[in-house]
Design a protein around this ligand. Structure first.
Ligand SMILES: Nc1nc2c(c(=O)[nH]1)N[C@H]1C(S)=C(S)[C@@H](COP(=O)(O)OP(=O)(O)OC[C@H]3O[C@@H](n4cnc5c(N)ncnc54)[C@H](O)[C@@H]3O)O[C@H]1N2
Ligand code: MOO
Length: 456
């Protein structure tokens, strides 16, 4: 194994971030979201929801058609004069939402999809099985009550008892758990809670995250730049990443290399937003103005290199939250924009997903690099790639490099779809080498391998 002497491995750093996040999330506040609220999707269920009654609620019709008794159809058939027609008088109409009276023997009743099947009926014949072939309109239907409905071409399957009746409880039994603690709310789960009559669901409060960038050169997007200044890309980048990972984010502008001013900005935000996670970007490497490292190493945050590139310089620690407040996990990322972005994916996603199901877990694929490339020994190098083909029959996806390895190449990263992981042992990587790759946010999972279909 290649030496990574003096540097923490990616896995060791994961563990430290994981410990910090565990400390910061030991208790999670609970709140309610309305099932129809835009904010509900992606939230994590904090209290089990059970079905107060069955779903479907009643035996109801799966088809627009006629509720009948199988025995009546059989008797009418026996009287058949050879024309393959079955006649039953229609005694009424059951729209969805009504509570029908029992079906008298020897009759049929028009019934709509989702309407309660009247007692006595034991199957539904679709309207397509009538000579008319379709319902014309409500007025005509009501006018036709009392007249015979003529069914045609009925097969044994059409007249089987239970045909086109959806039984109460087929889907969900009364008392069944429909949402479990830790599940992420999806549109279907919200619909299910609503179907069970729950107006709202208890969820864990989002993790509160504070994003702090550092550097005299930084100005907010939209601000005029003096010579030497740049726009702050990492604050919006990091905030967007954390929001996608389920956090409630505050961005603080600490565009400074002055330790006292940075400390003041940090303390003001800690007091104002009471975050559980602070993510900083910049100010941690080997320069003369490493304000984040200077301030936070004095508060117990550990700084040192991790054996990856980009994203080598790193810091991690826990700040005590103070009376009545949770501890604060601190993750300090290097300032080059690609270093920040790569670190979020490679160092923060897995530990965050482990403590908060709202954070999507890393999405890994196996990738075959089309070009030859080199990689620094002892470092896990994350090269930006795009997916160049559908997966082969073994699931491996061909990928092509997008731009170079430099950590300032944000334009290249924005065009990339995945991070190819060259290992610590890789130095000269031949074309055709297969390695793991991490899909970037916004990249759709590749199609399933040729010849296989996606799980339904
Ligand atoms: N002598 C050494 N120099 C450097 C080393 C080293 O080991 N020895 N490591 C290099 C590596 S690798 C990285 S990564 C950077 C990390 O440095 P910092 O975390 O201290 O970041 P800064 O110096 O503040 O900034 C680096 C770079 O990124 C730009 N930046 C910073 N913040 C933002 C932002 N919010 N938006 C856009 N761009 C940002 C900044 O202007 C610099 O260009 O250190 C290397 N140096
Ligand atoms: O470790 Mo730095 O992030 O390569 O540019």
């Amino acid at each position: 194994m290649t030496q990574t002497t003096g540097r923490r491995s990616v896995e060791e750093h994961h563990a430290l971030i994981g410990e910090a996040l565990q400390a910061a999330t030991a208790t999670r506040a609970v709140e309610c979201v309305a099932v129809g609220e835009a904010e509900a999707v992606g939230r994590v269920v904090a209290a089990e929801v059970t079905a107060p009654g069955p779903l479907p609620r009643h035996d109801d019709s799966q088809m627009d058609g006629y509720a009948v008794r199988a025995a009546d159809v059989a008797a009418a058939r026996a009287e058949d004069d050879g024309d393959d027609l079955v006649r039953l008088p229609c005694d009424g109409v059951v729209p969805a939402g009504s509570s029908p009276a029992p079906l008298p023997p020897g009759t049929c009743r028009a019934i709509m999809t989702g309407a309660v099947v009247p007692d006595g009926a034991d199957l539904v014949l679709p309207v397509e099985k009538t000579v008319a072939g379709a319902f014309v309109g409500a007025a005509q239907l009501h006018a036709a009550v009392g007249q015979d409905v003529v069914f045609i071409g009925l097969t044994p399957q059409d007249v089987a008892v239970g045909r086109f009746i959806r039984r109460a409880g087929d889907d969900v039994a009364a008392g069944e758990t429909v949402l479990s603690v830790g599940q992420v709310l999806t549109p279907a789960r919200l619909g299910l809670a609503a179907a069970c009559g729950a107006p709202q669901v208890q969820v864990f409060a989002r993790l509160r995250a504070l994003v702090l960038t550092a550097g005299d050169e930084l100005r907010a997007p939209g601000e005029e730049l003096a010579p030497g200044q740049i726009h702050d890309a990492n604050a919006p980048l990091t905030a967007a990443w954390l929001r996608e990972a389920g956090c409630a984010v505050t961005i603080a502008a600490a565009s400074t290399d002055d330790a006292a001013r940075f400390a003041a900005a940090l303390d003001a935000q800690l007091a104002a937003t009471s975050p559980q996670l602070v993510v900083t970007s910049g100010g941690i490497s080997a320069g003369a103005f490493e304000v984040v490292r200077e301030v936070l190493s004095g508060r117990g945050v550990r700084f040192g290199p991790v054996a990856q590139q980009p994203g080598g310089p790193q810091g991690v620690g826990v700040l005590p939250g103070g009376p009545g407040r949770s501890d604060v996990a601190v993750v300090c990322l290097p300032g080059n924009p690609v270093s920040t972005a790569v670190s979020l994916e490679t160092l923060l996603r897995e530990p965050l997903a482990a403590v908060d199901p709202a954070c999507p877990a890393p999405r890994r694929i196996r990738a075959r690099l089309r070009q030859r490339c080199s990689s620094p020994s002892g470092l896990r190098q994350h090269r930006r790639v795009r997916l160049a083909a559908a997966p082969d029959e073994t699931g491996v996806v061909d990928v092509e490099l997008v731009g170079g390895p430099g950590s300032h190449l944000l334009g290249h990263l924005a065009r990339a779809e995945a991070l190819l992981q060259l290992t610590e042992d890789d130095v000269d990587v031949p074309a055709g080498a297969v390695r793991e790759a991490l899909l970037l946010p916004g990249t759709a999972a590749p199609d399933p391998p040729a010849g296989r279909t996606a799980p339904r």
